[in-house]
Design a protein around this ligand. Structure first.
Ligand SMILES: Cc1ncc(COP(=O)(O)O)c(C=O)c1O
Length: 353
């Protein structure tokens, strides 16, 4: 059963933008492009031409990497763009809502606010390693809750969402909400991606990114995977030519076997460093708690988080402090061994103060 009917009616009625056709070895006088080829850059495709409306090879490559069919995936400008597209596609301003556990990735709030959609927040269980209270999430949904965002492993807590809970949420919301599982950090954890479930659950959408495990945050490339009818809707909403030629070529290169092997090795190194850093940070007496993490960061509670932020900044180390319910917590990204050593040296200066 498709969930297309959950989308805004005007989006359901929309057709994709009809771009000028692009055929190799033709005289192309149909897109108001310049005939002049700039010498700038060293790209396989000429920059005087628009890129493909949707980059086909990249779509196939990312689908193969993430484990779905090419037509089940839309390439986006970072997974951030996918969040924006989903909220604009499904939520009518002033009427619909998204539901999300808290704390979580702030972009869900950000794009919901831009679209005029309400955000229903469901606190995670802080005393139980911030796990998501699925009963509470299901109970919080209303008939206008179009999207439920769950992030696994969650940012900023690092807590994973068990596959069985994802299935419970999918079945609990069935054709009443789309369930968006944000897997930005999945490569750093023990759990498999749930992307295979898109074949069984038409209300599942999975977000993936190249910004974390693959190390390409600067390329701005991500993807959303789901049933073909929803992917087609999202594609109709996305700007034509969304992915620039330099980005397309850079990511095509990043998906080559040797590059993927390097990225996998980098993930392994980060996981090892995460363990070393968490153990070292836990040992300071001004650190009250370090939560387990399946991501490339972890959250720690400090006696005086502001003093830690300031001292680290004085030592050229930037950490992330959120305030609110997490006012005494700091999120620490796992860096290179030398980055992490620099952090530990900065923390050493607080010992006994
Ligand atoms: C949970 C989560 N989802 C999505 C993103 C967005 O990533 P990008 O837009 O770089 O793909 C981030 C970035 O930090 C994130 O933490």
């Amino acid at each position: 059963m498709s969930i297309v009917k959950l989308a805004r009616p005007e989006i359901q009625a929309m057709r994709a933008y009809e771009a000028a056709i692009q055929v190799d070895d033709t005289v192309r006088l149909n897109a108001n492009e310049s005939p002049q080829i700039s010498p700038i850059g060293n790209f396989r495709r000429p920059l005087n031409r628009y890129p493909e409306v949707r980059p086909q090879e990249l779509q196939k490559g990312l689908a193969a990497r993430f484990g779905c069919a090419a037509e089940q995936l839309l390439v986006t400008r970072g997974s951030s763009e996918a969040i924006d597209l989903l909220i604009r596609t499904f939520c009518e301003a002033g009427r619909d809502s998204i539901v999300t556990p808290t704390p979580s990735f702030s972009m869900y709030w950000h794009y919901a606010r831009i679209q005029g959609a309400a955000v229903i927040e469901v606190p995670t269980l802080v005393d139980n390693d911030f796990i998501i209270d699925m009963d509470a999430v299901l109970a919080a949904c209303t008939e206008n809750s179009r999207l439920v965002f769950v992030c696994s492993p969650n940012n900023p807590t690092g807590a994973p969402l068990p596959r069985a809970d994802v299935v419970r949420l999918l079945e609990g919301r069935d054709k009443r909400s789309a369930v968006v599982v944000d897997e930005a950090y999945v490569e750093f954890g023990d759990q498999e991606s749930v992307i295979d479930l898109i074949n069984d659950y038409p209300n599942l959408l999975v977000l993936r990114t190249l910004s974390k495990a693959l190390g390409f945050a600067g390329a701005r490339c991500g993807a959303v995977a789901g049933s073909v009818d929803i992917i087609n809707l999202l594609s109709a909403v996305q700007s034509p030519y969304a992915l620039a030629t330099p980005v397309v070529e850079c990511v095509e290169d990043a998906l080559q076997t040797e590059q993927l092997a390097l990225a996998d090795q980098a993930v392994e190194n980060i996981i090892n460093e995460r363990q070393r850093l968490m153990t070292a940070v836990s040992a300071y007496d001004f650190v009250h708690q370090v939560w387990p993490s399946e991501a490339n960061f972890f959250l720690a509670r400090f006696a005086d988080a502001e003093a830690v932020m300031q001292r680290c900044e004085e030592n050229n180390v930037l950490l992330r402090h959120f305030g609110g319910d997490l006012a005494d917590c700091i999120r620490i990204t796992v860096g290179s061994p030398s980055d992490n050593d620099q952090l530990l040296r900065a923390l050493d200066t607080l010992v006994g103060s």
